[in-house]
Design a protein around this ligand. Sequence first.
Ligand SMILES: *Cc1c(COP(=O)(O)O)cnc(C)c1O
Length: 220
Amino acid sequence: MGLSDIQARVAKACTKAGRDVADVQLIAVSKVQPIERVEHVLDEGHRLFGENRVQEAAGKWPALMERYSGVDVHLIGPLQSNKARQAMELFSAIHSLDRPKLAQTLARLAQELGHCPDLFIQVNTGEEEQKAGVRPAEADAFITECKGLDLPIKGLMCIPPAEETPSLHFALLRKIAERNGLSGLSMGMSGDFEQAIALGATHIRVGSAIFGARVPPHAG
Ligand SMILES: *Cc1c(COP(=O)(O)O)cnc(C)c1O
């Protein structure tokens, strides 16, 4: 466990898949982690992080960005429309675009702010009731709608159901991306990032394998 171990495993998985390691971005998911652990990974030179809540990220990253240069933080969790402006100012990418209303809000704000983070459309590949994301059958239409709004759609993102074989979901996500001409694939977490790399992931989101187990926010 730890950053260098994960970097080594990423490199190995890339070699095995015949891919260039520069084509796979390692997003260190720092949500809920104690600040010392985050600083440690920053001190090791890592600069790309992921957070799943706007509020938590806003309380943590502006100060860290003043101390460390070249930091990029990606939003990987759900985004409410009323936090969209704050998210666009803080994150260099948003991986959770999942509905028309949010797409319209982002498009309007992009006009107003003159910039927009890279966007990934979240696909609910497992069609789980409780999970965010567009259903696979609706993905093509939503991607077209987002492109029509001139949004910078970089690729697709998925979180496979915990109890299913992740590879099937990664393959489905890749298929949807390919037929829509999208090159970005945000898929793979601590338990399955090697499989995701084998299936073409361009962005892997790894938390506990880098930082250690997350301490629950409301423990005790
Ligand atoms: C927390 C989280 C991760 C990282 O999970 P680990 O299993 O700790 O690697 C990745 N993606 C999303 C969307 C998350 O919320």
